[in-house]
Every structure is written in C-alpha cells, then in structure tokens.
Design a binder for this molecule. Structure first.
Ligand SMILES: Nc1ncnc2c1ncn2[C@@H]1O[C@H](COP(=O)(O)OP(=O)(O)O)[C@@H](O)[C@H]1O
Ligand SMILES: [Mg+2]
Length: 438
C-alpha cells in the first residue's frame, strides 16, 4: 500500500491530544455508564492515542507502524461497538458508530489516496461484519436500517477523501518549501564560492600588477650584470681561472633569476587567449609525459577514467598545458618525487595518480571536468585556504607560483578549480573548463 514518504517522527504530546483524551472521558460519562468493558475500551483507545507516535516510528517486515496503528484502531472501535448496545439490540445500531471515523481519519492522514480508500473500505467491512450475527440472531433489521448503514459508510468515504485531499496538498506544499529552501542553500553556497573566487582574482590582479612592474625593473639590471659577467669571463677567464669560474657562477645565477622573473611575468601578464579546439585527454597525457620526463627515477602508476563522447573544448592549448603540468608535477612532488631525486625515500609506498575526465556543467555552462587525485599526504588543513595564492609553498625550493598561475589560467578560461579532497587523504584537484571560454 502506498504510504506517504514523510519521515516518521515522534510527535510531542500537545494540548490537542489532551483535548482528545477529555472528549474520550466525555464518552465515558455518557450511557452506558455501568458497562465496564466500554470504559476499559475507551481507556485503551486513550492510551493508544498517547503512545501511537511510538508505534508509527517502528517498521516491521510485514506491515508498517502506521498500518498497525490503523488496524488496532479498527479492532478497538469494533469491540467498543459490541459493548455500547443492549444485548437485545443489533450491534450495527450502536450509537457509537461514528467512532469508526477515528481509524478512517488516521488512515487519511498517514497514507496516499489509494491506501486511504482501501483502509476506509476495511473499516466499513468491519462495521458491516456485525450484520452477520444480527442475521443469525434474528434481530429486526429493516430496509431503512440498511439505508442508514449505507449513508454512514458513504460518510466514512467522504470524510476520508476530504481529509486525504487536504493532507496530500499540505504535504505537497511542505515538499515545495523544502525544495525551495534547499535550492536557496545551494545558491547561497554558490554565491559564497563566487565571492571567494572574486576575492582571489582581485588579490591576483593587484599582485600581478606589482610583479609586472618589479619584474620589468629587475630584468634590465640583470641583463647588464649578465653581460658584464660574460665580458669578465672572456677577458680574464683564460689568464685567471678563478675569476672565470666566479663569472660563470654570476652568469648561472642571473639565468636562474631571469627564469624566475619570466614566471612572474607569465603570472602577471594580461593573458590573450589563443583559442583552438583542444582535446582534454591529450593535454593530460602531455602533462604526465612532462612529469615522467622530469622524474624518470620515480615510477608512478597512472589510472585513467575517461568518459566516452567527451566534447573538445575551445581553449589556449599552451596555457592549458601549464595547468595540467603544474598539477601533475605537484602530485609527483607531494608523493616524494623530488625526495628520490635527492636520494631519499618516497613519501608514499605505491605512488599512484588517478585521473578522471568527464563531461560536466557548472552554473549552467557545459564543459569538461578533470579530477587529479594522488596518493600523497594531501594538503595540510592550514594551507588549504591559501594554496592558490602566490608565494605559498611548503617545499624547500618551491616558489609557490604554480597553483596561482594555474588558477589564473583557469579563471581566464572562465573555468573553475577546487581542491576537493578532505584533509587526511591524498590531494584531489578538480578543474572545470567550459567548452567555449568566451
Ligand atoms: N598534490 C598536492 N599534494 C599536497 N600538497 C600540494 C599538492 N599540490 C600543491 N600542494 C601544496 O600547495 C603548495 C603550493 O603549490 P604550488 O603553487 O605549485 O607551489 P610550489 O610547487 O612551488 O610549492 C605546495 O607547496 C604544497 O604545499
Ligand atoms: Mg608547484
């Protein structure tokens, strides 16, 4: 039987329940007063009303608590009818027949329309069952008694349908409000995420301008230092090997600084996207090649889950290469690749990267989502908020620009990047790139 899928809750005993008990007590002081069975049955119905919510909360294999509740009420009401007529009269004529509204109304509030009708028919049958002994015991039951019975039963159905309609509508409203409040919570979450993204983008823009200015100013003197060092090396190198060696150091360090400045500029330069159709699995494969090339001594097992029918995306291929290369390199480094390069032990016993690529949508925009999960130690709680900020690094020789460049490129493509893993598990980044970045 179809039951409304509302969670069964223990209801509080309220003033309406007390009023219900008072009304039952009212029946107790009305005739037949001396009939002890009637009083006991009224008491039983009252006690049952008090504990009904407990029964409703349980479920058995055979029937639900709600079905048992209606069934017990039909039983108690039928017994009450027997004890409310004089022995000489037929039970169907008991003045207490409206007590059957109790199970009928209960069914109408608990169940859907079909089950309500079935339970009402069952209650009516229980009532009509008293026709059988009346027939055998030869009581006077004339045609008008049958008519009266028919009218009463029709009233049962009428009450059941009306109450059920009202309750069903009420339930629908509650579900509508629930859905509305859930969608409000979701919108609120999206708004907070968008605000966080906007704050990050602002920070990045301010820092980008500063870095661009600084990098520009640093490059000129670096060029002069490098040129001078080369001249020194050419002039004094052959005659004074020590001077040549020192000039070499200067040159090498200047190169290193130059590379760093170039990365600043990459980060700061307003990006002009060269959009072309790009195949995302190829981007990821290239990133893995780069990482394997950088850390050939560090074997990592790669697991790929690529959904069929992936759309290609319009994106700047070179920039997207940087995105995935940075993420995969970070994963390698988190699992200990840079440690093994320095001849120490890997961080994880069986380094593994799991890549998933699937079509997805974000805020109604369709695109492709890439998940990159590693088996490393994960991102520590205190770093999670900041890892997309520039100069945040936990590595000895890290600059901390990788993820901020990644975030900037993804933002430029109107995509999204999130660290989706919880602390205490390997890091999992999710990159969403829309099919059209414009
Ligand atoms: N896969 C990862 N697992 C654990 N920590 C990570 C991972 N990726 C990034 N991180 C953390 O984020 C920091 C910033 O990364 P990134 O911006 O690429 O800079 P860098 O690699 O130079 O440190 C890293 O130093 C590391 O602490
Ligand atoms: Mg990095």
């Amino acid at each position: 039987m179809s039951e409304q899928s509302e969670p069964a809750r223990l209801q509080k005993f309220g003033w309406l329940d007390i009023l219900g008990l008072v009304l039952l007590a009212g029946l107790a002081v009305l005739p037949p007063i001396a009939e002890i069975h009637k009083q006991l049955l009224l008491l039983a119905i009252g006690v049952f009303q008090v504990f009904e919510s407990r029964l409703v909360a349980c479920h058995t294999k055979l029937l639900s608590g709600r079905s048992y509740s209606v069934l017990i009420k039909i039983l108690l009401c039928s017994l009450l009818l027997i004890h409310t007529v004089p022995v000489t009269e037929a039970v169907v004529n008991s003045a207490y027949w409206p007590i059957y509204f109790l199970p009928v109304v209960t069914a109408a509030t608990y169940f859907g329309p079909v089950a309500t009708l079935v339970w009402t028919a069952f209650a009516s049958l229980a009532y009509c069952a008293y026709l059988i002994p009346a027939h055998f015991e030869q009581y006077e039951i004339g045609p008008e008694a049958y008519e009266l019975l028919g009218i009463r039963i029709l009233f049962f159905f009428l009450a059941a349908i009306l109450i059920n309609r009202f309750v069903t509508e009420n339930r629908r409203q509650v579900l509508r409000y629930q859905a509305l409040s859930e969608s409000l919570v979701e919108s609120n979450r999206q708004l907070q995420r968008a605000q966080a993204d906007a704050r990050r983008a602002e920070r990045l823009a301010a820092l980008g301008q500063l870095s661009a200015g600084l990098a520009h100013e640093i490059r000129n003197p670096l060029g002069i230092i490098k040129g001078s060092a080369e001249m020194l090396s050419q002039k004094f190198g052959p005659s004074q090997p020590a001077a040549g060696e020192l000039a070499g150091y200067i040159s090498a360090e200047v190169n290193r600084l130059n590379a760093l400045v170039s990365r600043f500029l990459d980060f700061a330069r307003p990006s002009h996207l060269d959009l072309k159709p790009v195949d995302v699995p190829q981007l990821v494969d290239r990133a893995i090649d780069i990482a394997q090339h950088r850390y050939p001594e560090f074997p990592v097992s790669i697991e790929r889950h690529i959904a069929p029918n992936l759309p290609s995306i319009l994106a700047d291929e070179q920039m997207c290469d940087q995105v995935f290369a940075n993420l995969v390199l970070n994963a390698y480094e988190a699992m200990g690749a840079s440690n093994t390069a320095e001849n120490s032990t890997p961080t994880t016993a069986a380094p593994k990267i799991s890549i998933s690529i699937s079509p997805d949508s974000s805020n109604g925009v369709s695109g492709v989502a890439v998940g990159i999960q590693d088996s490393g130690p994960g991102v520590p709680e205190e770093l999670r908020e900041q890892i997309f900020n520039p100069f945040v690094s936990s590595k000895k020789s890290g600059v901390g620009l990788g993820l901020s460049i990644v975030a900037k490129i993804v933002d430029d493509h109107r995509g999204a990047i999130q660290l989706v893993s919880r602390s205490g598990e390997g890091a999992r980044f999710r990159v969403f790139l829309p099919t059209t970045a414009a």
